[in-house]
Design a protein around this ligand. Structure first.
Ligand code: DX5
Ligand code: ZN
Length: 219
């Protein structure tokens, strides 16, 4: 599985050291949360930041998670900033298919995110058109929350639907994953885990060593 480390978990006063430590540990993908204060009650990560990360670390895949109303508004800016995966919530727009098409046309990989309040089968109309389905295992908006019960079963449901319909999207899970759940994710067929405090950040041996452990145990 790919460790897509959540930048939100780094102390912003130490961002560069944090990202350098991730890279030294072999991280190839960063998860960048964008919140507009409307879709979720929090604000973070301006487009400028994504651009600067892309300039400084062009080798990294940028997995951008948009927790915003009307995500299509940001397609042009995200493309210019260097976004690879443009992942948005299916309940944040009335025009999911159109948004997916526009993201693809702009040269990015479209992903959809399913909230804890949504049924998994809400992804059915879109799953053949996306490169990623990301399950929220916590309520969106804040880092460091505990994983919601039932999340593993929901991931298994996504994996089953992918198999049943012969789709090729990657399955990602965002929020609260520790090593025990990480191993379960691997068995289920999850492809990407958003790196959390429990796996990557605030680990006793530091970020770099934590990335190596992820690679050894879950990679
Ligand atoms: C929450 C964010 C997550 C968060 C995950 O809204 O989307 O990316 O940073 O990290 P943890 O597991 O620390 O909550
Ligand atoms: Zn996220």
């Amino acid at each position: 599985m790919i460790n897509t480390a959540s930048v939100l978990n780094i102390n912003f006063l130490e961002l560069k050291q944090g990202i350098d430590a991730l890279v030294a540990g072999g991280t190839t993908c960063l998860h960048i949360d964008v919140m507009d204060g409307h879709y979720v009650p929090n604000l973070c990560m301006p487009v400028k930041f994504i651009h600067e990360i892309h300039q400084a670390y062009p080798q990294l895949t940028l997995d951008v998670h948009l927790m915003v109303d009307d995500p299509a508004t940001y397609i042009g800016q995200m493309q210019e900033a260097g976004t690879d995966y443009f992942c948005f919530h299916t309940d944040s727009t009335r025009f999911v298919r159109r948004t997916i098409n526009q993201i693809r046309a702009a040269g990015m990989k479209p992903g959809i995110t399913i909230n804890p309040s949504q049924r998994i089968d809400e992804m059915l109309p879109y799953m053949e058109y996306v490169d990623m389905v990301m399950l929220m295992a916590v309520e969106p908006g804040f880092a460091g929350q505990a994983l919601l019960p039932g999340s593993m079963e929901r991931l298994a449901e996504i994996a089953e639907l992918r198999k049943q319909y012969g789709c090729s999207f990657l399955i990602s899970v965002d929020g609260g994953i520790d090593y025990e759940k990480g191993h379960q994710c691997k068995e289920i067929g999850v492809d990407m885990i958003v790196g959390t405090v429990h796996t990557i950040f605030k680990q006793p041996d530091g970020i770099t060593e934590a990335c190596r452990r992820f690679e050894r145990e879950l990679g």
